[in-house]
Design a protein around this ligand. Sequence first.
Ligand SMILES: CSCCC(=O)C(=O)COP(=O)(O)O
Ligand SMILES: [Mg+2]
Length: 230
Amino acid sequence: MIRVILTDIEGTTSSISFVHDVLFPYAAEHLPGFVREYCDTPEVSGQLDSVAKDADVDRGDTEALIEILQTWIREDRKVTSLKALQGMVWEQGYQKGELQGHIYEDAAQYLQHWHDRGLRLYVYSSGSVKAQKLIFGFTTAGDFTPFFSGYFDTRIGGKKEPEAYRNILKELGVEAETVLFLSDVEAELEAAEATGMETAWLVRDGDLPETERFVARGFAEVDAALLQKR
Ligand SMILES: CSCCC(=O)C(=O)COP(=O)(O)O
Ligand SMILES: [Mg+2]
């Protein structure tokens, strides 16, 4: 019986276009000034140490580090240090009212239903935990953070690695078959299934894939097919 729902964000609860056409350009525009201003603070400095190490760039060359970060944004690299810095930049955007998180209507409706029915809800995204709390805390439909029991980012492991899902199960202290993982990326579903988790593939637009896997257009279909029997 499913007791826990673990959900991806981009392409699952929220549109790919919001992440790629709003959040990433916002980070690309504001990250250089943010890094120059805060590079000596422990929070930012620690992330720049990681960028320098991962990219094999001189730690003292702030402009070179900014160039690397801009390349990683363009290439949609899921590097933990980039994700942490993006989260800090987006925090300023949400606080100034320049950003509002996108959430699909059906995701908003069913996250609330599932929470109210006693399911425990968790997020697993490549975006940092800070960024996850922001996108759900400042959506156009209100604050959804009260519905979530916890958040996981790439510090627990990469989303295409079964080890990450094993680590999440350990943290949650639950059996794999009680967890339903929702994502729009098949490789992430395969990694979760390798641990015994149930999965649903969210395909919100375009043709439906030919697959044995459970596929849904939205959360209503997930609810009807996988959660009504509980
Ligand atoms: C937390 S909102 C920003 C999402 C993000 O930065 C990203 O890379 C999308 O990753 P996901 O794992 O949600 O597909
Ligand atoms: Mg996704």
